[in-house]
Design a protein around this ligand. Structure first.
Ligand code: XMP
Ligand code: MG
Length: 185
């Protein structure tokens, strides 16, 4: 018997990236990361940017076969809610001392680039061996600050998306897929 397709909440327009596509892409990204870091002699430090990256980081880290340590930071960004300053502030630092380590920043989405530009500079200044970035989603139309991304999940249009860690006013983070929101007005 054919299964009924679950309907989306009224404020979500459509599913942009389904669960199966996410699973496949994350597996491929993990293989790319394994390959890129296969010769390092100490564990890679994955630094997830809270809160949006927590699901991507959980899935990615479980697919990696290289030794790695999971850590987190929290930042506040003033660039996302109509305010164009793009200022970034560190709210919670890593538990690990990053000096002397290879660091991979794991972020949910690249928008203006302010967050990743700030974090890359800040981590490089700590005497890390390398700082690279893995982003699940990228909105190229929104870039303001140039950032060099080594590992990228999907490119999307300039629309607000939720699910797989991403939220709208803290809602929809735990949807297993990426959906497009219908703007409020
Ligand atoms: P910047 O501008 O620093 O911003 O690259 C990255 C942060 O912006 C947020 N962001 C989104 N969050 N759906 C979300 O839930 C979106 O479509 C979206 N676009 C940007 C997010 O917090 C990201 O870390
Ligand atoms: Mg974020």
């Amino acid at each position: 018997m054919a299964e009924a397709k679950p309907s989306l909440p009224a404020d979500l327009r459509c599913v942009l990236i389904d669960e199966e596509s996410i699973r496949e892409r994350v597996l491929a990204l993990a293989a790319e990361i394994d390959e890129a870091y296969k010769d390092i002699t100490e564990p890679l430090i994955l630094v997830g940017v809270l809160k949006g990256s927590f699901i991507f980081l959980a899935d990615l880290s479980r697919r990696l076969t290289i030794p790695h340590i999971v850590d987190f930071i929290a930042i506040s960004s003033y660039g996302n809610k109509g305010d164009k300053r793009g200022e970034v502030r560190l709210l919670m630092d890593t538990r690990e001392n990053l000096a002397g380590h290879h660091v991979l920043i794991v972020e949910d989405i690249l928008d203006s680039g302010s967050t990743l530009s700030y974090l890359t500079k800040a981590f490089k200044a700590r005497g890390t061996k390398s700082v690279e970035t893995a982003v699940f989603l990228d909105k190229p139309a929104r870039h303001v600050v140039p950032v060099d991304i080594q590992f990228r999940g999907f490119e999307i249009e300039d629309v607000w998306v939720v699910g797989y860690g991403l939220d709208y006013k803290e809602r929809y983070r735990t949807l297993p897929f990426i959906a497009e929101m219908i703007p409020e007005n």
